[in-house]
Write a protein that binds this ligand. Structure first.
Ligand code: NAP
Length: 213
């Protein structure tokens, strides 16, 4: 296997999977409900363990943690951001990312591979335009995870990159978004190719710019 992408049944994940496969890569994707892909619910630790078990000792050169949710879009500061949404969002966007990486680390180590975390420009502390508190906090945590994992894994030659995929035309991004999933996928692939121990911990946009932390 060359690459494994979580949340690959639609949106950016599906475009990445299609792009890698069209180039002849042995790419696999995960989905919660798609028999053509490997089953994975990142918010369910048993599901993460089952995925790792199904991979066995297969070396994994690139893991893309793409699965994510955005439940508080447009919420109002006075009445929105219900307590349940915090746990639900963090279980996918933060814990789900960590558990997936932790479970597949033996496979990544076997390939001296790389890890790509799809975060968001909304993770930034320097750019803080307000709103979407739950999603922003979760993506900031995913960025933080990635930067600390980069430190811990550097001595093993395993690089970790964190990415803003663009504002992309998906169910999450909406129809008026600026970037097609195909263009986002192509740009992200170029970033993943460039990721190395020398650039580990980078936070970059899909089109190759360093993003403010
Ligand atoms: N679109 C944008 O403009 C944009 C901008 C910045 C960052 N991002 C990030 O880019 C990534 C992909 O976004 P997208 O626009 O492609 O979103 P999307 O179209 O909503 O697709 C989300 C994907 O994540 C999967 N997913 C959700 N919850 C999951 C869970 N518990 N376990 C496993 N998979 C789960 C979904 O599977 P189901 O079909 O089963 O729900 C789907 O495959 C996300 O991390 C998102 O935060 C997107």
């Amino acid at each position: 296997m060359d690459v494994l992408i979580t949340g690959a049944n639609r949106g950016i994940g599906a475009a990445l999977l299609a792009d890698y496969r069209a180039s002849g890569y042995a790419a696999q994707g995960t989905a919660r409900n798609d028999p053509a892909l490997l089953p994975l619910d990142v918010s369910d630790p048993a599901s993460v363990r089952a995925l790792a078990k199904s991979l066995g000792n297969t070396p994994l050169p690139l893991l893309v943690c793409n699965a994510g949710i955005y439940l508080d879009k447009g919420h109002d500061l006075t009445a929105g951001f219900a307590p349940d949404l915090w746990g639900e969002t963090f279980a996918v966007n933060v814990t789900g990312v960590f558990l997936t990486i932790q479970a597949l680390l033996p496979n990544i180590r076997a390939a001296r591979g790389k890890i790509a975390i799809i975060s968001s420009q909304m993770a930034s502390q320097e750019l803080a335009p307000g709103g979407s508190y739950i999603y922003r906090a979760s993506k900031a945590a995913a960025l933080n995870l990635g930067r600390n994992l980069a430190t811990d894994l550097k001595s093993e030659g395993i690089a970790v990159g964190i990415y803003h995929p663009g504002w992309v035309q998906t169910d999450m991004g909406g129809e008026s978004a600026a970037v097609t999933p195909q263009d986002a996928a192509r740009g992200l692939r170029t970033r993943f190719d460039a990721l190395s121990p020398a650039t580990t911990g980078c936070f970059e946009t899909w089109d190759g710019r360093a993003h403010p932390l």
